[in-house]
Design a protein around this ligand. Structure first.
Ligand code: SF4
Length: 61
């Protein structure tokens, strides 16, 4: 889950996990895959760990 209220557009998520996140026209994050596809779990965890605003949360299915 992406908390758009917390996102301040650092861009770490879409730089480090570009298969899961993209940027909007202002540099804020957007989610490409709401449900993490198989094989991209490491990218998801990396994005969570590197978001300085703690705007990305991983939820168990
Ligand atoms: S790393 Fe966090 S604050 Fe930065 S763009 Fe991604 S979600 Fe937003």
């Amino acid at each position: 889950m992406l908390d758009t209220e917390r996102c301040t557009g650092h861009g770490r998520c879409y730089s480090l996990a570009g298969d899961l996140f993209d940027s909007d026209d202002r540099g804020y994050s957007t989610v490409i895959h709401p449900d993490v596809p198989a094989g991209l779990e490491d990218q998801a965890r990396t994005a969570v760990a590197n978001c300085p605003e703690r705007a990305i949360l991983l939820e168990d299915a």
